[in-house]
Design a protein around this ligand. Sequence first.
Ligand code: UD1
Ligand code: UDP
Length: 399
Amino acid sequence: MVNVTLAPRSPRKRVAVVMGTRPEAIKMAPVVHALRRHPDLFQTLVVATAQHRQMLDQVMAIFRIAPDVDLDLMQPDQSLSELAARVLKTMDATLRDLQPDLLLVQGDTTTVLATALAAFHLGVPVGHVEAGLRSHDLRNPFPEEMNRRLTSVLTAVHLAPTPLAAEELKQERIDPSRIVVTGNTVVDALHELLREPFDIDATPLAGLPLDRGRLLVVTSHRRESWGRDLENTCLALRDLVGRFADLQVVYPVHLNPNVRRTVIEMLGDAGRIHLTEPLDYFTFVNLMRRSHLILTDSGGVQEEAPTLGKPLLVLRKLTERPEAFQAGLSRVVGNSRETIVAEASRLLEDPHAYRSMVSAANPFGDGRASERIVLALGRWAASQTPLLTADEEFRPAAA
Ligand code: UD1
Ligand code: UDP
């Protein structure tokens, strides 16, 4: 039994917002805040699977959100199937208790797919935030491409971040009247935090010599990169600090033990490469803001770098977020040591190449995605169509 006070249902709709990992919490936080600005329309309950424990708690603290239900499912070095089974089973019981009118999930994690399946089994409609991203390679990123494709099959309201994502869903013959283009909520989250004053001395970055040269921020954690590809990235970083004497690298290392083993072994003793624990989101955003260049295989960071006007090299073979490279704001460099070094060197040496990757136009959002999501969900709850008019949808400005 969950310990939550359930408000009388009518006319309010009860929405269960589910989050399991760091990026889900970052991207759902503005949606929770926006839903809670309309208590007349929605009773909003936050359900944490805690697929991540520390990294989820870090985000929830920053956005001052406490879970109404915390399933506390993380186990060390959990396997995908064990975790999926735990989410499916506990979510079944949770949804029976909460009886939501709508369940909201975000993105492409194991939490998302297993939760959407549990909801489907119980006839609870699913709203999918950040719907429609596609790499068109089922094993890349693994298992996220599979997670989001299957989740789309189980979804009633598809909240696509960009026109391209909406188009991908239409190509899959999903009813267009159930697809809306909202912008990505990560831009809302960023805007919210960028308004607050930042004091670096109050963070784990205090004492790092970040103003002594150009700052390169790195994150890399993807499952398909574990082993050789991640080793190549580490070797490339060593090459880059060897080549550029003014370069300072900060790499907050993900808590997954399979990532930590490689990164700490290969970079733990490297001068001017500063490994940190995962940084809270506020600190990380401000770190990116001070950076000269960002290297990442993260999904969210690919959307944030253009929002902050920072050139980005994507440490993947392909991406489900092509909007940035289509706009000339990022390059997908893969995982070869030589290519990473060559592409980063070009941007560090050639001011024209660097400037060509900086633009104020953001293809991912305008900071109003959560507002649009709440509007669309209100109309969906009232059986109104369209969920958003063409004028209300997010449309990226021309670069
Ligand atoms: C998961 C998501 C991935 C997302 C990433 C964001 C899946 C399959 N993968 O990958 O899509 O990009 O989160 O970071 O859903 N751990 C901790 N503390 C934490 C978090 C993780 O100790 O706060 C360790 C645990 O040993 C845990 C392991 O990392 O078992 C793996 O976590 P898991 O969520 O299964 O996978 P990620 O690789 O983090
Ligand atoms: N992030 C953070 N602290 C860090 C590293 C990343 O808050 O030390 C944020 C980052 O800004 C982005 C999100 O975490 O919004 C991305 O999470 P992650 O890379 O774990 O997952 P992905 O986006 O690849 O699914």
